[in-house]
Unconditional design. Sequence first.
Length: 289
Amino acid sequence: MGIFFSKQNRNCGIRPDRNGTWKCKYWRQCSQGFHSHLSSHFQNVRFYRKLSYDEGLLISVENRSMTTLTVENYLKTTLLTGLKTGSDWVTTGQLATAMSVAPGTVTAMLKTLSETGHADYRPYEGVRLTETGRQIALRILRRHRLIELFLVKTLDLNWDEVHAEAENMEHAVSDRLVDRIDEFLGHPVADPHGDPIPSADGAMRGNSELAIPLDTIESGATIRIVRVTEQGSDFLRFLGDSGFSLLKECRVIFNSPEAGIVTTVIDGREVTLGHPAARHVLVERVGDQ
């Protein structure tokens, strides 16, 4: 398979033309240089051959099934957004918000994903992953969550530190290495934040149906923290500093819908959260006291 890097367009992006030839728009404008630009699009590049400055560069890569880092991120984000909303269809606006990019950028990528068979795209309606796209997204999600847990368990990183590291590593590790990490960790059901880890066949492990938001728990209940859905580093750091951690048990001593706050006792320390924050902490009931 050849990938032709054209200099006919000043916008950096990559997509196949009608003949199946991959074209990257105006790579010479990339400030990172050719090799960095190329690696941002493709993994496992074997060699390249320069045709001419007018023609661009012809790149030979391993196979047609190879996906780019950008494609993998779009597929994973589409999957996660769909899981969060409970819908197979995800809107352009939802993806733009999740990825912090312009809606026009998302639309262009969704058209590419549709052309390559990774997703079904309908203008003004949104996108739905095909089985091919879903399997790739699950594979990347499996890598990400296993890497996060590996970093916590073996390198003693905090749960607020591992997301960014896993984002960088998930596109580089092999499935064989991920399978070995999975085996080493004992085939865990959840990552450090309580998110379920997909198995090698794509099935989600664990059962979080009993988990409910902390802001809905009545005073006097004893609970166990099983998942945190807001995973910004600042929020996770605040929770960690306050004594919250996965599988930690605590007791709710005050919950006021009118005031919009819930107070828990963790290791003898009272911690108060506003309901918007508590809504992101999912718990299971242990018993009432």
